[in-house]
Design a protein. Structure first.
Length: 510
């Protein structure tokens, strides 16, 4: 994986005559050291339709300066980006290509802008000579390489916080710059400014004059907005999954399920003949992501259960066996997940989602008011859940009830997602139903996790017994999980009663 760092910086407008004020008077700064001028030459890459720019990503190959090489930057927040670096090479390194795959897919990356910069660097130092921040006056010259041949030139001041620096220093530096008449830049990056200022004149006029006629959003508008949001979440989470960031697989799986649920729930708004094949592919992706995620949840639950036992009840090499079992089960799952994200099937799914959003298969109900079309879909999912909860309650404890409660859990999830999708249009009633459905889903989810944990504990007990180890602790944990599941079953009627109060549904029906 490429080297990475978090970049925290601010940019300011300047002119060739701009001079830095005395920044040694900034609180915490002991000295300002001039480090001279360096010449930087960077070529920025993107697809022909500027997909990276649309997501506020930048990819460049830069020579000159102390960090020559390939640089890829992802937005985190205003003025904050995660930067990935690879050494200088003629072709894009594979590690960076992987991080871009969900956006680039099968398209080609081409040079879009060449940016040559004369960088006059100053270091802000503390009393011990340690770097606090780097301040540079950049004189930039941009040349458009794709979609035109324009050029542009400007000067700006860039203040970048040192690694592990205090962001409060940037506020103090900004106050000093503002007092000297320097103002923040209106452009978030050099690339954004270069593209804007080198665009063909007719395109700039068209973009400036473009106005969308205001109108009342329809039910179709709301559903498509939700689908677009979840699609963007999948694309944005792809690099995090590749980097194995905490909870990234789970979040990507949730976005996949929400998207599939919306396509199924709002089938009166979007044509099923188009959306069902997409839904099938989303089901496949969720299942692939679930291989790693489900094992992660199970490992955490078993370790937590073991940690809650007194030492006197832990007989035999229980911790060692659990660790070996977990490693064997999870071995290769991350490699498999990344292979899925690199595969043609996944990339084709992303393309199909783009196609669906570009030419949505809207049905007549899509033109109706949200208050008319959306509640029906939500209440239909609610009705399906009510049927499944009732069925589970009629069964005796055991395997059949476990399966019925798992089916009810899936219905609760769909009802919750349906309400969440409708919330921007329907407000508090949809929010209230989503919250109640989440409570039901959480209870049923904990019950299902206990079912899965008991199956794993039985397997571990059998393995321990076969190896001549005591199986007592595994049996004890099994009993505790059995008791936890029984407790969830006893709690379900009360949780469901609260979720199914008539006034909750009546508020949604209007």
């Amino acid at each position: 994986m490429a080297d990475s760092k978090r970049e925290i910086e601010r940019k300011y407008e300047a002119t060739a005559e701009t001079r830095l004020p005395d920044l040694s008077r900034v609180a915490g700064v002991s000295a300002v050291a001039h480090r001279g001028v360096s010449e930087l030459d960077a070529v920025y890459y993107d697809t022909e339709d500027l997909r990276l720019m649309a997501g506020s990503l930048t990819l460049r190959r830069r020579t000159g300066g102390s960090d020559a090489g390939w640089h890829l930057k992802f937005p985190v927040a205003s003025g904050i980006r995660d930067e990935f670096q690879e050494p200088l090479s003629d072709v894009l390194p594979r590690s960076l290509a992987g991080l871009l795959r969900s956006r680039v897919r099968m398209s080609e990356l081409v040079p879009v802008v060449r940016l040559r910069t004369a960088r006059d660097v100053h270091h802000l130092l503390d009393t011990e000579g340690a770097l606090l921040a780097e301040v540079s006056i950049d004189t930039a010259r941009a040349e458009r390489l794709t979609g035109g041949s324009g050029t542009a030139a400007w000067t700006e001041i860039e203040v970048e916080l040192a690694d592990d620096g205090d962001p409060a220093l940037l506020d103090a530096v900004e106050r000093r710059l503002r007092k000297a008449g320097v103002r923040p830049s209106a452009s978030p990056s050099k690339l954004a400014r270069a593209l804007a200022e080198t665009a063909p004149e007719r395109k700039r006029k068209r973009d400036k004059g473009a106005r969308r006629k205001a109108g009342q959003p329809t039910a179709g508008d709301h559903v498509l907005a939700y689908i677009r949001h979840q699609t963007e979440a999948i694309v944005a989470l792809d690099p995090a999954v590749r980097r194995d960031l905490p909870d990234s697989v789970h979040q990507m799986r949730v976005a996949t399920r929400r998207l599939r649920s919306a396509l199924r729930t709002y089938r009166k708004i979007l044509d099923r003949s188009v959306t069902d094949p997409v839904g099938d592919e989303l089901k496949w992706l969720a299942a692939e992501l679930g291989i790693d995620r489900d094992q992660e949840v199970l490992d955490t639950r078993l370790r937590s259960g073991l940690a809650g036992l007194p030492r006197t009840l832990i007989l035999g090499p229980v911790r060692s066996r659990l660790r070996i079992w977990a490693v064997a089960r999870r071995g290769g799952t991350r490699r498999r997940t990344v292979a899925v994200l690199d595969g043609k099937r996944y990339l084709a799914l992303l393309e199909s989602l783009d196609t669906l959003l570009a030419a949505p298969p809207l049905l007549p109900a899509a033109s109706h008011a949200p208050e008319q079309a959306l509640p029906r879909a939500v209440l239909k999912e609610y009705g399906r859940l009510a049927t499944r909860v009732g069925h589970a309650a009629e069964l005796q404890p055991g395997h059949d009830r476990d399966l019925a409660m798992h089916d009810a859990r899936k219905a609760a999830k769909r009802a919750r997602y349906a309400a969440e999708a409708a919330r921007p249009a329907l407000g508090k009633p949809a929010k209230r139903i989503a919250e109640r459905m989440k409570a039901v889903q959480t209870l049923l989810g904990d019950h299902q996790d206990s079912v899965v944990a008991r199956d794993a504990l039985r397997t571990l007990a059998v393995q321990a017994h076969a190896a001549g180890e005591p199986a007592f602790t595994w049996g004890l944990l099994y009993g505790r999980e059995e008791a936890a599941a029984a407790a969830r079953e006893r709690e379900l009627p009360q949780v469901w009663e609260r979720a199914s109060q008539p006034r909750v549904r009546a508020a949604l029906e209007g």
